[in-house]
Ligand binder design. Structure first.
Ligand code: ZN
Length: 176
């Protein structure tokens, strides 16, 4: 499974994660899905996300408001969501899905996680072997992972998709 991220989508998610660091950001992904790939056109930060509300709570009503509107755009669909995992005290965030992340994930839905931490040293953005992408920007290190549930798999075990983001790869952000 491949996931295509445009420049807008990549920046949208990274900036959301940085903006609220060290809180977590949440948002929706709009775009198209085929059998082999997800093409994400928009990453929309969830503005009603309030401190203290969990992502699980937000997920329950996220569809109502936005999917009603998206129905008017025949080439767009809500194809999933994104959120960040952030550094907590000294413990560094990673891309591993939490129990609730897995529980609330539904079939045909993509879930992107941006793990964001304080930068240790600068790193050019690149693809990793597991399908994720990572690099540094400003004083942060970010790793982006995209999870999907294979149709044939009844075990409800999300798998990593391969992220394709030509804009990000090779990117060395000034001061990054
Ligand atoms: Zn999570």
């Amino acid at each position: 499974m491949q996931v295509y991220l445009s420049e807008n989508v990549f920046l949208g998610m990274i900036l959301s994660a940085i903006e609220v660091y060290k809180s977590e950001c949440y948002g929706l992904l709009l775009g198209l899905r085929t059998n082999e790939k997800f093409v994400i056109d928009y990453a929309i930060p969830y503005q009603s996300a309030k401190r203290g509300r969990t992502w699980a709570e937000l997920r329950q009503d996220k569809w109502m408001v936005i999917s009603k509107i998206v129905k008017n755009f025949p080439k767009l669909d809500v194809i999933g969501d994104f959120h960040s995992h952030t550094m907590f005290g000294e413990s560094r965030a990673d891309i591993v899905l939490g129990r609730e992340d897995v529980e609330y994930m539904s079939e045909n839905e993509l879930q992107i996680v941006v793990a964001i931490n304080d930068k240790i040293k600068s790193q050019v953005w690149d693809n990793n072997r597991d399908g994720t992408i990572s690099g540094t920007i400003d004083r942060y290190h970010c790793k982006v992972a995209a999870y999907y549930l294979p149709n044939s798999d009844k075990s409800h075990q999300p798998k990593l998709a391969e992220i394709y983001c030509p804009f990000a790869v090779g990117l060395l952000v000034k001061g990054g």
